[in-house]
Each structure stands twice: as structure tokens, then as C-alpha cells.
Design a protein around this ligand. Sequence first.
Ligand SMILES: Cc1cc2nc3c(=O)[nH]c(=O)nc-3n(C[C@H](O)[C@H](O)[C@H](O)COP(=O)(O)OP(=O)(O)OC[C@H]3O[C@@H](n4cnc5c(N)ncnc54)[C@H](O)[C@@H]3O)c2cc1C
Length: 296
Amino acid sequence: MIKDFFKLNNYEFIEDAPLVNHNTYHVKSKAKFLVYPNNIDDVINILKFLKDNNFEYIFLGNGSNIILSKDYYDKVFIKLDKLNYIKIDNNIVTAGAGVSLIKLALDTALNNLSGLEFACAIPGLVGASVAMNAGAYKSSISDVLVSAKVLNDKLEVVTFNNSNLEYEYRDSFLKKHKEYVCLEATFKLENKDSEEILNLMSSRQERRLDTQPLSYPSAGSVFRNPPNLYAGELIEKCNLKKTNINGAEVSEKHANFIINKDGASGSDIIKLIELVKNKVKDKYDVDLILEQEIIK
Ligand SMILES: Cc1cc2nc3c(=O)[nH]c(=O)nc-3n(C[C@H](O)[C@H](O)[C@H](O)COP(=O)(O)OP(=O)(O)OC[C@H]3O[C@@H](n4cnc5c(N)ncnc54)[C@H](O)[C@@H]3O)c2cc1C
């Protein structure tokens, strides 16, 4: 039935789609369907069909902040990769939800626009990153975002201003209300010489290469830093570096990273997360909070 609907509407889709290249842990999970709407009207049409027929769905960005806990999802995974336009009008920049944040940071830098330097090594797409309020180096999306075009729970396209998005640290109205989808975002940046911006970005990228296990699959920092503490330091002091469960391993290079060293499943990663949380709780009485999202 879903297949007929996708075919009838000429949507690009994959049935029983391998998700290994759609999550940065490279967990070998599968989805009943993966579909790529061509534009916003397609997104609305697909959602209307799925809701009317009670099919479960989820929007997937670059899969760089998720843990796929199941081997198989009887769901439709919707990817907005085709909403991949960038429009630059002086210092106002608009990007579709499917644009890579790293590409946006680079493109704006090359146009002598400053403000997205923090995003130069965050491997997410614009849509999810607006919802997550992605950030680094004490800056985040909420510092530069003017407004977002959003599909609301009634399938209407509405504009949320920055203040309506209720931004907090790695959190927003959109993150709390999963039925709302970010379709497009508009940013206000500052004029600055591109060479200066690019130098800062490359020094930050080099530092990450030195300090983070970027040659292995991961989804970035596992836990939020507790107030005035570093999650990585607590984990390291519990001697948990290199602790391994079926291929999921606490990184030797940075203890707040779990890497998929050798064919780990999502549940192996989750088991390792629980082990780390329990050890840190036992030794330091600190409750670590997961930064990544477990997809059930
Ligand atoms: C090596 C590495 C380094 C990282 N460094 C950082 C960092 O410095 N700072 C940081 O903040 N993060 C970092 N991350 C985590 C991650 O890149 C960010 O959280 C990123 O914003 C997630 O984007 P994504 O497209 O991969 O989202 P996904 O992981 O695909 O999805 C995340 C959530 O967003 C939802 N979603 C997807 N699309 C939309 C949409 N259009 N509208 C609303 N919700 C949507 C999904 O359903 C899911 O709930 C890092 C990850 C890695 C692997």
C-alpha cells in the first residue's frame, strides 16, 4: 500500500532499506521504507498519507546524533536531503533542512560571512541541527538563527521566530514536539574577511582531529558535561577507556566518545552507555545525561 503510494507519486524510495550509511555509528539496522520527498508539498502529501493510514514515521537527518536500537524498524524513515538549497542575500542566509551544516559553514565563510564557525565540524543537517540547537565553542544555532520554516502538527507551513523556538542548551520547542518538522532556516550573519574565518575553522578542525576519535564511527559526545565537570574526565577516572561490549568501545582518545570499533549493534552501544552511567554514579554520585537519542 505504501509502496503503491510512493510509486504513484514518483517519490524516490527504498524498501527494506539498509541504514548503515544513514547513521554515523554505522549500526547495521534496516527500515521498512526510506523515502526522499522532492519538495515541501511532497513532505505534506507523504505525512498526510502516513497519518491517515496510521503508519509510523521518523525524520532522519544525517543520523549523527542517534542510536538505532533495533535491527529492523517497521517505519518510514523520511529524509529531507532534497531540500538542499542555500540562498545568500547580503548577510541573510536561508538554507533548506537537508543542507549539510558543515557545507553551510564553509559556503558562508567563503562569502565573507561570520557566525557559523562553530558548525564547521558538526556533521548534521540543518533541519535536525535547528531542532537540536547544535553548538560548540560556546556558540550555537540559536545565536544566529532568525527564523525557521516549520511544518506544524496540522501539516501547515508556519514561521517560527527565534524567540518562539524556546531555545535552551541543545534543546528547543521542535526537539520537544516531534510532530513539528523544520523545513528551512534563515540566519543572520556578520561580515568578516573569509581568510580569518577559514583560519579559525581549520584550527578548530585540526584540534578535533587531535582530541577526538574521528577515524572511527561514533555520534560525537555521548554525555552532556555535568555542571562544572567534564563527563570524559569522570569516565576516564573510572578506568573505563577501552571498555568494550561486542565491538562498542569507550574511546581511548576521548572517554566521552563511544566508537563502533567492530560491528556493534545499537543495543551493544546502549549496554555500554548503561555500564558507564552506573560506574560514574557509583564512584562520583553523578547522573550522566545522554546527549544522543535512542531511536525506539
Ligand atoms: C564526530 C561528531 C562530532 C559532533 N560534534 C558535535 C558538536 O560539536 N556539537 C553538537 O551540537 N553536536 C555534535 N555532534 C552531534 C550531531 O552532529 C548534531 O547533534 C547534529 O545537529 C545532528 O544532526 P543530524 O542531521 O545528524 O540529526 P539526526 O541524528 O539524523 O537526528 C537527530 C534528531 O533530529 C530529528 N530530526 C531530523 N530531521 C529533522 C527536521 N527536519 N526537523 C525536526 N527534527 C528533525 C530526528 O528525528 C532526531 O530526533 C557530533 C556528532 C559527531 C558524529
